[in-house]
Write a protein that binds this ligand. Structure first.
Ligand SMILES: NC(=O)c1ccc[n+]([C@@H]2O[C@H](COP(=O)([O-])OP(=O)(O)OC[C@H]3O[C@@H](n4cnc5c(N)ncnc54)[C@H](OP(=O)(O)O)[C@@H]3O)[C@@H](O)[C@H]2O)c1
Length: 407
Protein backbone atom coordinates (compact mmCIF):
# COMPACT_ATOMS: atom_id res chain seq x y z
CA UNK A 1 0.00 0.00 0.00
CA UNK A 2 2.02 2.90 -1.27
CA UNK A 3 0.83 6.39 -0.43
CA UNK A 4 1.20 7.92 -3.88
CA UNK A 5 -1.48 10.01 -5.56
CA UNK A 6 -2.15 9.82 -9.25
CA UNK A 7 -1.16 13.44 -9.80
CA UNK A 8 2.17 12.83 -8.09
CA UNK A 9 1.96 15.98 -6.02
CA UNK A 10 0.45 17.09 -2.78
CA UNK A 11 0.87 17.41 0.91
CA UNK A 12 1.20 14.90 3.75
CA UNK A 13 -1.75 12.61 4.08
CA UNK A 14 -2.80 9.74 6.27
CA UNK A 15 -4.33 6.48 5.11
CA UNK A 16 -5.73 3.55 7.08
CA UNK A 17 -3.41 0.55 6.93
CA UNK A 18 -5.15 -2.49 5.43
CA UNK A 19 -3.64 -4.83 8.00
CA UNK A 20 -3.75 -3.02 11.27
CA UNK A 21 -6.38 -0.42 10.49
CA UNK A 22 -4.08 2.23 11.89
CA UNK A 23 -3.21 5.51 10.34
CA UNK A 24 0.02 5.77 8.52
CA UNK A 25 1.88 8.92 7.80
CA UNK A 26 2.64 9.37 4.16
CA UNK A 27 5.30 11.90 3.30
CA UNK A 28 4.56 14.61 0.74
CA UNK A 29 5.02 13.31 -2.76
CA UNK A 30 7.86 15.06 -4.44
CA UNK A 31 10.71 14.22 -6.73
CA UNK A 32 12.25 10.87 -5.85
CA UNK A 33 15.65 10.55 -4.16
CA UNK A 34 16.99 9.44 -7.52
CA UNK A 35 15.79 12.70 -9.08
CA UNK A 36 17.43 14.73 -6.37
CA UNK A 37 20.61 12.74 -6.67
CA UNK A 38 20.46 13.38 -10.41
CA UNK A 39 19.81 17.08 -9.94
CA UNK A 40 22.93 17.33 -7.81
CA UNK A 41 24.91 15.53 -10.47
CA UNK A 42 25.64 12.57 -8.22
CA UNK A 43 23.69 9.85 -10.01
CA UNK A 44 26.01 7.60 -11.89
CA UNK A 45 29.08 9.18 -10.40
CA UNK A 46 31.75 6.57 -10.81
CA UNK A 47 33.65 6.30 -7.55
CA UNK A 48 37.40 6.66 -7.74
CA UNK A 49 37.81 3.47 -5.70
CA UNK A 50 37.38 0.76 -8.33
CA UNK A 51 36.04 -1.68 -5.73
CA UNK A 52 32.95 0.50 -5.47
CA UNK A 53 32.43 0.92 -9.19
CA UNK A 54 28.97 -0.18 -10.31
CA UNK A 55 28.56 -3.16 -12.61
CA UNK A 56 25.54 -1.55 -14.22
CA UNK A 57 23.52 1.66 -13.82
CA UNK A 58 23.05 3.12 -10.37
CA UNK A 59 19.68 1.50 -9.80
CA UNK A 60 16.56 0.41 -11.55
CA UNK A 61 14.29 3.02 -9.99
CA UNK A 62 12.80 5.78 -12.04
CA UNK A 63 11.14 8.88 -10.76
CA UNK A 64 7.80 8.13 -12.36
CA UNK A 65 6.96 4.67 -11.13
CA UNK A 66 7.39 4.83 -7.38
CA UNK A 67 5.51 6.65 -4.68
CA UNK A 68 6.84 7.06 -1.14
CA UNK A 69 6.41 4.14 1.22
CA UNK A 70 3.95 4.48 4.07
CA UNK A 71 5.63 5.71 7.23
CA UNK A 72 4.61 5.09 10.81
CA UNK A 73 5.36 7.23 13.84
CA UNK A 74 8.06 5.77 16.10
CA UNK A 75 6.14 5.49 19.36
CA UNK A 76 5.48 8.89 20.86
CA UNK A 77 8.45 10.49 19.13
CA UNK A 78 8.27 12.91 16.23
CA UNK A 79 10.27 10.56 14.03
CA UNK A 80 8.52 8.50 11.37
CA UNK A 81 10.02 5.35 9.89
CA UNK A 82 9.08 3.53 6.70
CA UNK A 83 6.92 0.44 7.20
CA UNK A 84 9.83 -1.52 5.69
CA UNK A 85 13.45 -0.73 6.59
CA UNK A 86 16.71 -2.15 5.26
CA UNK A 87 19.45 -3.61 7.45
CA UNK A 88 23.08 -4.14 6.47
CA UNK A 89 23.96 -6.92 8.92
CA UNK A 90 24.63 -9.63 6.31
CA UNK A 91 25.70 -9.30 2.64
CA UNK A 92 27.63 -6.09 3.36
CA UNK A 93 31.01 -7.52 4.29
CA UNK A 94 34.32 -7.12 2.51
CA UNK A 95 33.80 -10.42 0.67
CA UNK A 96 30.43 -9.35 -0.74
CA UNK A 97 30.64 -7.48 -4.06
CA UNK A 98 30.54 -3.72 -3.48
CA UNK A 99 28.59 -3.28 -6.70
CA UNK A 100 25.78 -5.48 -5.35
CA UNK A 101 25.82 -3.67 -2.02
CA UNK A 102 25.53 -0.37 -3.83
CA UNK A 103 22.72 -1.63 -6.03
CA UNK A 104 20.70 -2.88 -3.06
CA UNK A 105 21.07 0.30 -0.99
CA UNK A 106 20.34 2.69 -3.88
CA UNK A 107 17.41 0.55 -5.00
CA UNK A 108 15.98 0.67 -1.49
CA UNK A 109 16.42 4.43 -1.15
CA UNK A 110 15.00 5.06 -4.60
CA UNK A 111 11.93 3.02 -3.61
CA UNK A 112 11.28 5.05 -0.49
CA UNK A 113 13.12 3.03 2.16
CA UNK A 114 14.32 5.97 4.23
CA UNK A 115 15.74 3.92 7.12
CA UNK A 116 19.10 2.13 6.86
CA UNK A 117 20.17 0.15 9.90
CA UNK A 118 23.74 -0.67 10.89
CA UNK A 119 25.84 -1.67 13.88
CA UNK A 120 29.52 -1.25 14.61
CA UNK A 121 30.17 -4.97 14.10
CA UNK A 122 28.31 -5.57 10.82
CA UNK A 123 30.54 -7.04 8.15
CA UNK A 124 32.62 -9.16 8.30
CA UNK A 125 34.98 -7.81 9.33
CA UNK A 126 33.23 -5.59 11.88
CA UNK A 127 32.97 -2.05 10.52
CA UNK A 128 32.83 -3.13 6.85
CA UNK A 129 29.11 -2.44 6.44
CA UNK A 130 29.49 1.08 7.87
CA UNK A 131 32.44 1.71 5.54
CA UNK A 132 30.41 0.49 2.60
CA UNK A 133 27.52 2.80 3.39
CA UNK A 134 30.05 5.57 4.10
CA UNK A 135 31.20 5.33 0.46
CA UNK A 136 27.63 5.83 -0.71
CA UNK A 137 26.93 8.63 1.75
CA UNK A 138 29.99 10.45 0.46
CA UNK A 139 28.85 10.15 -3.14
CA UNK A 140 25.43 9.12 -4.44
CA UNK A 141 23.53 9.56 -1.18
CA UNK A 142 25.13 12.81 -0.16
CA UNK A 143 22.31 15.04 -1.50
CA UNK A 144 19.67 12.98 0.30
CA UNK A 145 21.43 12.35 3.61
CA UNK A 146 18.89 14.39 5.56
CA UNK A 147 16.07 12.40 3.97
CA UNK A 148 17.47 9.23 5.51
CA UNK A 149 17.47 7.77 8.98
CA UNK A 150 20.87 6.14 9.51
CA UNK A 151 21.17 4.10 12.67
CA UNK A 152 23.98 2.27 14.42
CA UNK A 153 24.60 0.33 17.61
CA UNK A 154 27.26 -0.88 20.01
CA UNK A 155 27.13 -3.71 22.52
CA UNK A 156 28.41 -6.94 21.00
CA UNK A 157 32.11 -7.64 20.59
CA UNK A 158 33.78 -5.30 18.15
CA UNK A 159 37.37 -5.18 19.35
CA UNK A 160 39.82 -6.99 21.63
CA UNK A 161 40.11 -6.51 25.35
CA UNK A 162 37.78 -5.30 28.07
CA UNK A 163 36.70 -2.18 26.15
CA UNK A 164 35.73 -4.00 22.95
CA UNK A 165 32.18 -4.97 23.95
CA UNK A 166 29.45 -4.44 26.56
CA UNK A 167 27.56 -1.47 27.86
CA UNK A 168 30.24 0.72 29.43
CA UNK A 169 30.38 4.42 28.76
CA UNK A 170 33.91 4.04 27.46
CA UNK A 171 32.99 1.38 24.90
CA UNK A 172 29.71 2.90 23.72
CA UNK A 173 31.03 6.39 23.09
CA UNK A 174 34.35 5.31 21.55
CA UNK A 175 32.44 2.93 19.33
CA UNK A 176 30.02 5.65 18.26
CA UNK A 177 32.95 7.90 17.32
CA UNK A 178 34.47 5.09 15.26
CA UNK A 179 31.11 4.42 13.55
CA UNK A 180 30.81 8.10 12.63
CA UNK A 181 34.30 8.03 11.14
CA UNK A 182 33.49 4.97 9.03
CA UNK A 183 30.18 6.44 7.91
CA UNK A 184 31.71 9.84 7.23
CA UNK A 185 28.91 11.49 9.21
CA UNK A 186 28.86 13.93 12.12
CA UNK A 187 25.77 12.25 13.57
CA UNK A 188 23.62 9.16 13.26
CA UNK A 189 19.88 9.41 13.63
CA UNK A 190 19.50 6.66 16.23
CA UNK A 191 22.22 5.22 18.44
CA UNK A 192 21.33 1.96 20.18
CA UNK A 193 22.60 -0.02 23.11
CA UNK A 194 22.80 -3.23 21.08
CA UNK A 195 22.29 -5.53 24.05
CA UNK A 196 21.66 -5.50 27.77
CA UNK A 197 24.92 -5.85 29.70
CA UNK A 198 24.34 -7.24 33.20
CA UNK A 199 27.89 -6.32 34.26
CA UNK A 200 27.40 -2.58 33.71
CA UNK A 201 24.98 -0.41 35.71
CA UNK A 202 22.05 0.53 33.51
CA UNK A 203 22.60 4.14 34.63
CA UNK A 204 25.99 4.04 32.90
CA UNK A 205 24.73 2.48 29.66
CA UNK A 206 21.71 4.77 29.39
CA UNK A 207 23.84 7.71 30.56
CA UNK A 208 26.17 7.08 27.60
CA UNK A 209 23.15 7.15 25.26
CA UNK A 210 22.17 10.47 26.83
CA UNK A 211 25.66 11.84 26.18
CA UNK A 212 25.47 10.66 22.58
CA UNK A 213 22.27 12.64 22.09
CA UNK A 214 23.32 15.73 24.05
CA UNK A 215 26.64 15.95 22.23
CA UNK A 216 24.83 15.88 18.88
CA UNK A 217 26.42 12.60 17.76
CA UNK A 218 22.95 10.98 17.73
CA UNK A 219 19.52 12.49 17.17
CA UNK A 220 17.71 9.76 19.13
CA UNK A 221 18.57 6.86 21.42
CA UNK A 222 17.29 3.29 21.59
CA UNK A 223 17.83 -0.16 23.02
CA UNK A 224 17.88 -3.56 21.40
CA UNK A 225 16.98 -7.07 22.56
CA UNK A 226 16.19 -5.95 26.12
CA UNK A 227 13.61 -8.09 27.97
CA UNK A 228 10.36 -6.49 29.12
CA UNK A 229 11.76 -6.01 32.63
CA UNK A 230 15.01 -4.48 31.36
CA UNK A 231 13.10 -2.28 28.90
CA UNK A 232 11.00 -0.95 31.73
CA UNK A 233 14.10 -0.38 33.90
CA UNK A 234 15.91 1.36 31.05
CA UNK A 235 12.93 3.70 30.56
CA UNK A 236 12.96 4.59 34.26
CA UNK A 237 16.69 5.31 34.18
CA UNK A 238 16.31 7.33 30.99
CA UNK A 239 13.80 9.56 32.72
CA UNK A 240 16.26 10.07 35.60
CA UNK A 241 19.18 10.93 33.33
CA UNK A 242 17.03 13.08 31.07
CA UNK A 243 17.07 11.30 27.74
CA UNK A 244 14.15 9.93 25.74
CA UNK A 245 14.50 6.33 24.66
CA UNK A 246 12.35 6.30 21.55
CA UNK A 247 12.74 2.78 20.20
CA UNK A 248 13.43 -0.82 21.00
CA UNK A 249 14.76 -3.07 18.24
CA UNK A 250 13.77 -6.70 18.71
CA UNK A 251 13.70 -9.95 16.76
CA UNK A 252 10.14 -10.85 15.78
CA UNK A 253 8.71 -13.24 13.26
CA UNK A 254 6.12 -15.99 12.84
CA UNK A 255 8.79 -18.41 14.13
CA UNK A 256 10.05 -16.22 16.99
CA UNK A 257 7.37 -14.50 19.08
CA UNK A 258 9.22 -13.86 22.34
CA UNK A 259 8.26 -10.17 22.43
CA UNK A 260 4.61 -11.17 22.88
CA UNK A 261 5.34 -13.47 25.82
CA UNK A 262 4.88 -12.32 29.43
CA UNK A 263 8.33 -11.78 30.96
CA UNK A 264 8.56 -14.03 34.05
CA UNK A 265 10.98 -11.53 35.62
CA UNK A 266 8.75 -8.53 35.06
CA UNK A 267 6.80 -7.69 38.24
CA UNK A 268 3.63 -7.15 36.19
CA UNK A 269 4.30 -10.10 33.87
CA UNK A 270 4.29 -7.73 30.90
CA UNK A 271 5.69 -8.51 27.46
CA UNK A 272 8.06 -6.29 25.52
CA UNK A 273 5.17 -5.24 23.28
CA UNK A 274 3.06 -4.44 26.37
CA UNK A 275 5.78 -2.19 27.79
CA UNK A 276 6.40 -0.53 24.43
CA UNK A 277 2.69 0.09 23.88
CA UNK A 278 2.13 1.47 27.36
CA UNK A 279 5.21 3.69 27.36
CA UNK A 280 5.01 5.00 23.81
CA UNK A 281 8.22 3.30 22.75
CA UNK A 282 8.54 2.56 19.04
CA UNK A 283 9.26 -1.03 18.00
CA UNK A 284 11.50 -1.97 15.09
CA UNK A 285 11.04 -5.68 14.35
CA UNK A 286 14.19 -7.27 12.94
CA UNK A 287 14.60 -10.57 11.07
CA UNK A 288 10.88 -10.75 10.20
CA UNK A 289 11.78 -13.38 7.59
CA UNK A 290 13.63 -15.42 10.23
CA UNK A 291 16.87 -14.78 8.34
CA UNK A 292 15.32 -16.16 5.15
CA UNK A 293 13.57 -19.23 6.61
CA UNK A 294 10.19 -17.57 6.02
CA UNK A 295 10.74 -17.36 2.26
CA UNK A 296 11.05 -19.92 -0.51
CA UNK A 297 14.84 -20.06 0.12
CA UNK A 298 15.00 -23.39 2.02
CA UNK A 299 11.92 -25.21 0.74
CA UNK A 300 13.99 -27.46 -1.51
CA UNK A 301 17.33 -27.72 0.24
CA UNK A 302 20.05 -25.20 1.07
CA UNK A 303 21.09 -23.10 -1.95
CA UNK A 304 24.86 -22.55 -2.29
CA UNK A 305 24.54 -18.77 -2.19
CA UNK A 306 22.26 -18.66 0.85
CA UNK A 307 22.98 -17.40 4.35
CA UNK A 308 22.66 -20.92 5.75
CA UNK A 309 25.25 -22.22 3.27
CA UNK A 310 27.70 -19.49 4.26
CA UNK A 311 27.83 -20.84 7.80
CA UNK A 312 26.72 -17.62 9.45
CA UNK A 313 24.08 -16.90 12.06
CA UNK A 314 21.44 -19.05 10.34
CA UNK A 315 22.59 -22.23 12.04
CA UNK A 316 22.00 -25.68 10.45
CA UNK A 317 19.99 -26.71 13.55
CA UNK A 318 17.40 -24.04 12.71
CA UNK A 319 16.54 -25.91 9.52
CA UNK A 320 15.25 -28.89 11.49
CA UNK A 321 12.58 -31.16 10.05
CA UNK A 322 10.05 -29.69 12.49
CA UNK A 323 10.85 -26.08 11.56
CA UNK A 324 10.86 -26.84 7.83
CA UNK A 325 7.54 -28.58 8.25
CA UNK A 326 6.11 -25.38 9.79
CA UNK A 327 7.59 -23.34 6.98
CA UNK A 328 6.09 -25.62 4.31
CA UNK A 329 2.66 -25.46 5.89
CA UNK A 330 2.87 -21.66 5.99
CA UNK A 331 4.03 -21.61 2.38
CA UNK A 332 1.07 -23.76 1.28
CA UNK A 333 -1.28 -21.45 3.10
CA UNK A 334 0.30 -18.31 1.64
CA UNK A 335 0.00 -19.75 -1.86
CA UNK A 336 -3.61 -20.71 -1.27
CA UNK A 337 -4.19 -17.00 -0.60
CA UNK A 338 -2.28 -15.99 -3.71
CA UNK A 339 0.85 -14.57 -2.14
CA UNK A 340 4.38 -15.61 -1.32
CA UNK A 341 5.56 -16.77 2.08
CA UNK A 342 7.83 -13.70 2.35
CA UNK A 343 4.84 -11.41 1.80
CA UNK A 344 2.86 -13.28 4.44
CA UNK A 345 5.74 -13.05 6.92
CA UNK A 346 6.09 -9.30 6.39
CA UNK A 347 2.36 -8.61 6.68
CA UNK A 348 2.25 -10.75 9.81
CA UNK A 349 5.13 -8.91 11.52
CA UNK A 350 3.56 -5.50 10.85
CA UNK A 351 -0.01 -6.47 11.76
CA UNK A 352 0.40 -5.18 15.33
CA UNK A 353 0.17 -1.42 15.43
CA UNK A 354 2.83 -1.23 18.13
CA UNK A 355 5.34 -2.33 15.48
CA UNK A 356 6.64 0.75 13.70
CA UNK A 357 8.77 -0.85 11.03
CA UNK A 358 9.90 -4.28 9.91
CA UNK A 359 13.64 -4.39 9.40
CA UNK A 360 14.62 -6.69 6.55
CA UNK A 361 17.78 -7.91 4.94
CA UNK A 362 18.26 -8.70 1.26
CA UNK A 363 20.99 -10.17 -0.91
CA UNK A 364 19.50 -8.88 -4.17
CA UNK A 365 17.24 -6.17 -5.51
CA UNK A 366 14.85 -8.93 -6.63
CA UNK A 367 14.33 -9.94 -3.00
CA UNK A 368 13.89 -6.32 -2.01
CA UNK A 369 11.24 -5.81 -4.69
CA UNK A 370 9.33 -8.87 -3.55
CA UNK A 371 9.48 -7.65 0.03
CA UNK A 372 8.34 -4.12 -0.80
CA UNK A 373 5.46 -5.54 -2.83
CA UNK A 374 4.08 -6.95 0.44
CA UNK A 375 2.90 -3.42 1.21
CA UNK A 376 0.43 -3.68 -1.67
CA UNK A 377 -0.95 -7.08 -0.65
CA UNK A 378 -4.36 -7.62 0.98
CA UNK A 379 -4.48 -8.25 4.73
CA UNK A 380 -3.92 -11.69 6.20
CA UNK A 381 -7.02 -13.84 6.51
CA UNK A 382 -8.34 -15.19 9.80
CA UNK A 383 -7.33 -18.65 8.56
CA UNK A 384 -3.74 -17.54 8.06
CA UNK A 385 -3.55 -15.86 11.45
CA UNK A 386 -4.96 -18.98 13.11
CA UNK A 387 -2.43 -21.18 11.30
CA UNK A 388 0.42 -19.06 12.64
CA UNK A 389 -1.05 -19.18 16.14
CA UNK A 390 -1.07 -22.98 15.93
CA UNK A 391 2.74 -23.02 15.55
CA UNK A 392 5.04 -23.01 18.57
CA UNK A 393 5.88 -19.43 19.55
CA UNK A 394 9.53 -20.37 20.10
CA UNK A 395 11.21 -22.52 17.48
CA UNK A 396 14.68 -22.10 18.95
CA UNK A 397 15.96 -19.52 16.47
CA UNK A 398 16.29 -16.53 18.81
CA UNK A 399 20.09 -16.30 18.94
CA UNK A 400 19.85 -13.00 20.81
CA UNK A 401 18.14 -14.47 23.87
CA UNK A 402 21.14 -15.86 25.75
CA UNK A 403 23.25 -12.78 25.04
CA UNK A 404 20.67 -10.18 25.94
CA UNK A 405 16.95 -10.69 26.40
CA UNK A 406 17.28 -13.62 28.83
CA UNK A 407 19.61 -11.65 31.11
N1 LIG B 1 19.50 -5.46 16.88
C1 LIG B 1 20.01 -6.64 16.62
O1 LIG B 1 20.59 -7.30 17.48
C2 LIG B 1 19.88 -7.20 15.23
C3 LIG B 1 20.18 -8.55 14.99
C4 LIG B 1 20.00 -9.03 13.70
C5 LIG B 1 19.54 -8.20 12.69
N2 LIG B 1 19.29 -6.89 12.96
C6 LIG B 1 18.90 -5.96 11.90
O2 LIG B 1 17.85 -6.53 11.13
C7 LIG B 1 18.24 -6.56 9.76
C8 LIG B 1 17.56 -7.68 9.06
O3 LIG B 1 17.96 -8.93 9.61
P1 LIG B 1 17.92 -10.22 8.69
O4 LIG B 1 18.81 -10.01 7.52
O5 LIG B 1 18.14 -11.40 9.56
O6 LIG B 1 16.38 -10.15 8.20
P2 LIG B 1 15.44 -11.10 7.38
O7 LIG B 1 14.70 -10.18 6.50
O8 LIG B 1 14.69 -11.97 8.31
O9 LIG B 1 16.40 -12.04 6.50
C9 LIG B 1 17.03 -11.53 5.36
C10 LIG B 1 17.50 -12.68 4.46
O10 LIG B 1 16.38 -13.41 3.99
C11 LIG B 1 16.58 -13.73 2.62
N3 LIG B 1 15.53 -13.03 1.87
C12 LIG B 1 15.09 -11.76 2.01
N4 LIG B 1 14.09 -11.50 1.18
C13 LIG B 1 13.86 -12.63 0.49
C14 LIG B 1 12.95 -12.98 -0.52
N5 LIG B 1 12.03 -12.13 -0.95
N6 LIG B 1 13.01 -14.24 -1.04
C15 LIG B 1 13.93 -15.13 -0.60
N7 LIG B 1 14.82 -14.85 0.36
C16 LIG B 1 14.79 -13.61 0.91
C17 LIG B 1 17.96 -13.29 2.26
O11 LIG B 1 18.82 -14.38 2.52
P3 LIG B 1 20.07 -14.74 1.58
O12 LIG B 1 21.14 -13.81 2.01
O13 LIG B 1 20.33 -16.18 1.90
O14 LIG B 1 19.64 -14.51 0.17
C18 LIG B 1 18.21 -12.17 3.23
O15 LIG B 1 19.58 -11.94 3.45
C19 LIG B 1 19.76 -6.64 9.83
O16 LIG B 1 20.39 -6.27 8.62
C20 LIG B 1 20.04 -5.68 10.95
O17 LIG B 1 19.98 -4.36 10.49
C21 LIG B 1 19.44 -6.38 14.22
Amino acid sequence: MHCGRPDGAGTSTSLPHPVAGRHLICPPVSRSPRDRRAASGSVGLVPTDSSTAPAAGPSAASSADHAPLPHRRLGRSGLALPAVSLGLWQNFGDADPRATQREIVLHAVDHGVTHLDLANNYGPPGGAAEESLGHLLARELRPVRDELVVTTKAGYRMGPGPYGEGGSRKYLLSSLDASLRRLGLDHVDIFYSHRFDPTTPLEETVGALATAVRSGRARYAGISSYSARRTWEALQVAEQVGVDLVVTQVSYSMLNRWVEEPDPHDPAGASVLDVAGAEGLGVVAFSPLAQGMLTDRYLHGVPDDSRAARGGPLRPAFLSDANLDHVRRLDDLARAHGRSLATTAILWAMRDERVTSVLLGASSTRQLDENLAALDAPPLSAEELAAVDALPADTGINIWASRSSDL
